[in-house]
Design a protein around this ligand. Structure first.
Ligand code: C2O
Ligand code: CU
Ligand code: CU
Length: 461
């Protein structure tokens, strides 16, 4: 029994881990992982006065926990699948080894019901990230499986408090129970919206913050569909990072557009006690929606935003644009429109979308052809052409890219892993293919991803 922690011994008294022990879990992995997640069906009160059944979380007793890692430090997470179906966990935005990326068949086998998998990696970048399944993705995410992941900087920038905000909708009826998770006619358009907006699984939560303090708000839009404009009123709020990458210079946190998968770090100077409340809004044409309220409490800490240390840029390599090869990607309708093949990771039963005229066949053993093969270490310009009348947040696993230009608007030269491609827009982004493996590449409107708008890029020697 040497090397088995007290915690595992305690856990070992439950049926779940005993089952893993039978599969060799305790003998092979006697050392406890630094973190553990248990996928479970739970009941939870989201809509006040109701209890939602049949939710899914990464913890058996509440919303998904915020995971906190440190930049450049190895970590490990034991994922125990307590669902009655297969799953797999992806760490959105982390540039880690391909085998730990959590995509079924492309990087690992699905984690079957009752099984577990240990993820081990070293996050190279600091910032706000998130995690979610990549198997039966629409249903599992819609039911709750989306969590915020924080990678802390080497050097503390000097905030008094750090507050992750997991922003998403749930599709609930007035009785608090799930209604149909999507409608096919919406999946073929902009996607199906949820009915209840939440922050950290609460409707318009109130947070008490120390008056006059400096708070880092970490907005993570983990919704399956909604592209939104977020706004903060009532306090001095500066946008300091987008999609984990610091802005060269902070700008006022006004009208921040975030699509599914995107994150914004905001430095908030909480007003003094008599200075009123701060509100986070989702802007909508038919009236803004209040997502969260922040109330100053106590004596003013008298902090000043200028006391914060600027965030250091992440070590994302700069593409060599003069020698970059251009690769074209066309996002369009599906040429055939047949149903995708059945998979242990589910299927929505429709094919509506494609990349380069090919619809993703489903989460299947394959082998499938990559959309493109990139040479390790070389620079590329990816040209995204959207020939549809809908917007698509295009996400690439494993490597970050820099926004270059668009035929429709001025693009800030941001580094990201998820870029909102507007209707009929052509956008160019650039990257260095520095991380070998097969990397999923898809729209982050999950209905689009699951009805064809997905594929992968191969980075090979
Ligand atoms: Cu956040 Cu492939 O996904
Ligand atoms: Cu991802
Ligand atoms: Cu899309």
């Amino acid at each position: 029994m040497a090397g088995i922690s007290r915690r595992e011994l305690l856990l070992g008294s439950t049926g779940t881990v005993a089952a893993f022990a039978a599969g060799g879990f305790l003998s092979r992995q006697a050392q406890a992982a630094a973190h553990s997640l248990t996928l479970a069906r739970i009941r939870h009160s989201v809509l006040p006065g109701t209890i939602t059944g049949n939710m899914m979380s990464f913890a058996p007793d509440g919303p998904p926990p915020v995971l906190r890692f440190k930049k450049g430090q190895a970590t490990s997470i034991d994922v125990r699948n307590g669902l009655d179906e297969a799953s797999v966990v992806h760490w959105h935005g982390l540039r880690i080894a391909n085998g730990m990326d959590g995509v079924p068949y492309l990087t690992q086998l699905p984690i079957e019901a009752g099984q577990q998998f240990r993820y081990q990696f070293t996050p190279p970048d600091a910032g706000t990230f998130w995690y979610h399944p990549h198997c039966n993705t629409l249903e599992q995410m819609a039911r709750g499986l989306t969590g915020v992941l924080v990678v802390e900087e080497d050097e503390d920038p000097g905030f008094d408090q750090d507050l992750p905000l997991n922003i998403r909708d749930f599709r609930l009826g007035g009785d608090g129970q799930f209604i149909d998770l999507f409608k096919p006619r919406n999946a073929a358009r902009g996607g199906t919206y949820g009915t209840v907006s939440t922050v950290n699984w609460k409707v318009a939560p109130h947070y008490e913050l120390a008056a006059g303090s400096l708070v880092r708000l970490r907005l993570a839009v983990t919704d399956v569909t909604r592209v939104g404009t977020y706004d903060i009123t009532g306090g001095d709020a500066q946008l300091i990072a987008l999609d984990s990458n610091p802005l060269p210079k902070p700008i006022p946190a006004k009208d921040v557009v975030l699509s599914p998968g995107q994150r914004a770090d905001i430095a908030l100077r909480v007003p003094d006690n008599d200075g009123g409340t701060v509100r986070l809004h989702l802007k909508r044409p038919n009236g803004d929606k209040e997502l969260a309220v922040f109330l100053p409490r106590g004596q003013s800490a008298r902090r000043d935003l200028r006391e914060l240390k600027p965030l250091a840029p992440n070590p994302v390599p700069e593409p060599d644009l003069a020698n970059a090869e251009v690769l074209d990607f066309v996002f369009g309708w599906s040429p055939e429109g047949g149903a995708p093949q059945a998979s242990i990771c589910g299927s929505l039963g429709y094919t509506f979308w494609s990349i380069n005229r090919t619809a993703w066949a489903g989460d299947l053993p394959g082998p499938f052809d990559p959309l493109a093969t990139l040479r390790l270490g070389k620079s590329y310009i990816l040209r995204f052409r959207n020939e549809t009348p809908n917007a698509h947040p295009i996400h690439l696993h494993g490597v970050s890219f820099r926004l270059l230009r668009s035929n429709k608007r001025q693009l800030a030269p941001l580094v990201t892993d998820t870029a909102l491609l507007l209707e009929n827009e052509t956008m160019e982004v650039a990257l260095v293919a520095d991380n070998p493996g097969d990397w999923a590449f898809h729209c982050h409107v999950i209905e689009h991803q699951k009805t064809g708008l997905a594929g992968f890029l191969r980075i090979a020697e």
